[in-house]
Design a protein. Sequence first.
Length: 286
Amino acid sequence: MVMFLKRPDYEDVNLIDSVVKERQNGVNRDYFTNVSPIWKRRVRDYIDHCGNPEIIKPWGQVADDAIKTRFLTLYGNPADDSVQKPILEHLRERTLQICPACGEDGTPNTLDHYLPKNHYPEFSITTVNLFPMCDICQGWKGVKTVNDTGKRLFLHPYFDKFLERQVVSLEIGAPYNAPRAISLGAHPDLPPALQLIVSRHMKELEMVSRYYHFFREQYIRLLGSASDIREEGLDMRQQIGLFRRTARRKSINSWGHIFYDAVLCNEDLLEYLETSDLLISDAWIQ
């Protein structure tokens, strides 16, 4: 559901020095000069603590709207010759074909602030705080950071290195001509603490309900493919394994890979695909 991304190749602390230098002839010269040491320390703390909102609390000195706007303008309205504008444009380049927050196919349209810029304006141009996200995920994420007990809600694609492994698993229940239930959750092989953060992330982004619509279409397609595989006399497990490997090339946590991995891990379903009547229930399709 989530993919690990290589961190942007920029020095975020040095970026602050460049931004402050550009402001030496402006009306906010004194403010940015004075605040620069603390601002840089905040960015170092962000990197050291992997952007974790359990540790990094909002900076009270920038809570005032007038002060906050000075930082937000750096992101929202950068000058054409500013040091940050080409950096932001590069981060906005639409090169991914999958949302790194949820794993759904499609080019993400939004550049999200992991720590929301309205609560953490000093990180509005911090590159490790910015990553692509689909519109649906952005809508569900909003400005949330932690739950009622202070635990972070969302995975960080730049710092949660365990996302290089599969973190979500799917179980498909019988009857296989009309599955009554699916179970989508944190992978059982993850340590308990990681299962909890994966579960919170999935819950906040409404992943189960979103995935179910994909699952229904994919499952109907699977039955059609299984019929073709049998008609051609091919090996069912080998062919589904090829489907899984193809999906994994996008991401090990892509929706397709999670689906085909669940099929290959379900011996009863595989036997059904190999030997049973593959007509799907009309009631299930409707």
